[in-house]
Design a binder for this molecule. Sequence first.
Ligand code: ACO
Length: 329
Amino acid sequence: MKRPFAYLAGVGRCAPERILHNSEFAALGLETSDEWIVQRTGIRERHIAGPSETNTSMSAAASRVAMERAGVHAGELDLIVLGTASPDHLLPSTAVEIQAELGASRAAAFDISAACSSWLYGLIVAEGLMMSGNAETALVVGTEKLSAIVDWRDRSTAVLFGDGSGAAVLKRSKHGKGILSTYFRSDGNLAQLLHRRAGGAAQPFDAAALADRSFYIEMEGREVFKHAVRSMADACDRALDGAKLTGADIDLLIPHQANIRIIEATAKHAGIPMEKVFVNVDRYGNTSSASVPMALEEAMASGRVTDGSTVLLVAFGAGFTWASLVVRF
Ligand code: ACO
């Protein structure tokens, strides 16, 4: 089917109120420092959700902004695709909770689990369902409350993650705007490098999991780093090839915000100077599924993405999964 078929008609973002600075980890009993975290990751602070801030409440807030900007009301949504690695409940999906919260009674709603690549996977799935005639108007959400599944005693992961939500409304493309190319891949052989061992059906949550803390996120940081750099580079190449463009044609690169060093390596590979790369990892940390849509919303709000901008979106996450899109605004 001819592209662009779908465009991002409105984008919204929501971050919890509480900001946790690097300097606060010491008081939480973690042996770390602002200097170590900034030097290794580029992160200075992150937003952490309070007990009343859930994926459903944050996503609903982000979605309402996206819908208002797109001029779409809840009754017009045919589809809600929600990416998350930290769903509010294991059953049912967080997508149906948002559906109820928004009153999107006509929509089919489901979650996607591709870790940090989930929102990009969601855009690709939504575009496909629009192309096949199953939906006209779609809401694609990326949301995380990672603070609920991070081991706050593990300094190698606790300092990296944050909470938040981002959302976009997809409509039929007009005037040549929209998704120009997509690419997504995964490699399940590497699942154990970033995972939660317990809490699922294979190893249900029990006293042993509570004692050995195996229901929290565990990560081999150095290995993940290597694969992230390699896969994000591959994903940039593929999406640019698909759109018949080069790095020089891109007005802004919006990569998954995991670590400034991974972002710099990705930009260098794609031949895109850092002035054309959007970075907010310093203020949000790694918000996984929410990272790219939150960054996109900030880029649009600050005027770095305007009418006619050509943007490269790229992400990498647990699985491993990786994905990329070129989008014209
Ligand atoms: N403060 C101080 N020291 C620390 C901390 C901390 N917060 N965390 C680890 N260290 C120590 C380690 O214990 C180790 O000490 P040792 O040498 O005495 O054993 C030392 O620092 C070096 O540890 P490394 O893990 O080798 O440090 P590295 O330079 O690789 O940085 C980091 C670690 C930041 C996690 C890096 O590997 C990284 O960013 N990896 C990618 C992680 C990522 O992006 N994950 C998400 C992608 S997928 C997704 O988003 C879900």
